[in-house]
Write a protein of this length. Structure first.
Length: 281
């Protein structure tokens, strides 16, 4: 993407415009923001309301909670910040080969914290298996940080020893150098991830002192018009599992009529269906 002569605002707008051609943007957090500036504001990644995108911490392998993620780089970090991607399909194949007992556990429900960003009609946690299948396709889900946070929430079943071991072995497989694709995003680069098959992570980083040079990416979560049907187990979190529907994201606590009207308008533009529940529910 062009970057050299663009301000933050112009690059953000370009990222937004490209994304809107690919799908309906989904809200990403407590403030129901549709595009997120991914930069360090001093957030602690591990607490019950921690989010990795606003910290400089090393992140666990995870998926984002939408069909697609786009990440565009405006400024890179001074050092560190290596992006890492591992295939969930490959990870499952290794798990079946090396630990078939744990491969079965991965199809059980694990419980994930909403990190205190739940909407008014949502519980503080949700359940999803790490792997699920639909119409011959594998769907992958993982976020250790949210699973660990959920263990402190009332009503969440405690992890069994087998589930804990499954988490540890899965993370070990995902981090094997021969299975990871690694890269450093440079200004103007756009990374596009399919969150149903690809796990991603990054190393920690050191930022520049100058405000104008500090690391900054812009992130979109998208529901594309050519999406496929999801497993039934994903319905609670994604609100819809039907293909070509507006689904996923973190609705947050500021989702209002303006957000609902945007969703409806852009869904119509892309010939997509939309969740019929009103924005206040």
């Amino acid at each position: 993407m062009p970057r050299e002569d663009l301000s933050h605002g112009e690059f953000r707008l370009l990222s937004w415009a490209i994304g809107l051609g690919a799908g309906v943007a989904r809200p990403q957090g407590l403030a129901s923001q549709y595009i997120a500036a991914v930069h360090d504001i001093g957030t602690d990644y591990r607490p019950a309301n921690g989010r990795g995108y606003s910290s400089n911490a090393k992140l666990d392998f995870h998926v984002d909670v939408a069909d697609l993620t786009t990440l565009t780089c405006y400024n890179k970090a001074k050092s560190g910040d290596q992006s890492m991607v591992s295939s969930g399909v490959t990870a499952q194949n290794y798990l079946i080969k090396e630990r078939p007992d744990l491969a079965e556990i991965a199809y059980q429900y694990f419980y994930f914290s909403r990190q205190s960003e739940q909407a008014s009609d949502e519980k503080s946690f949700y359940g999803l298996p790490l792997f699920a299948e639909k119409d011959g396709k594998l769907f992958c889900n993982w976020n250790r940080n949210r699973v660990q946070s959920a263990q402190n929430l009332e009503g969440v079943p405690k992890l069994s020893a087998a589930q804990q071991e499954t988490m540890d072995v899965l993370d070990e497989i995902l981090r094997r150098p021969e299975l990871m694709y690694t890269m450093y995003l440079a200004p103007g680069d756009m990374q596009i991830l399919n969150n149903y098959t690809m796990f991603h992570s990054r190393t920690d980083y050191i930022d520049f002192e100058s405000e104008s040079e500090k690391r900054c990416f812009y992130r979109l979560w998208l529901a594309p018009p050519d999406s496929i049907k999801l497993p039934e187990s994903w319905r609670e979190f994604y609100r819809s599992i039907e293909p070509a529907t507006v689904r996923g994201g973190i609705r947050g606590q500021s989702y209002d009529k303006v957000c609902a009207d945007f969703d409806k308008k852009h869904a119509k533009f892309l010939n997509m269906e939309i969740d019929s529940r009103p924005y206040g529910n």
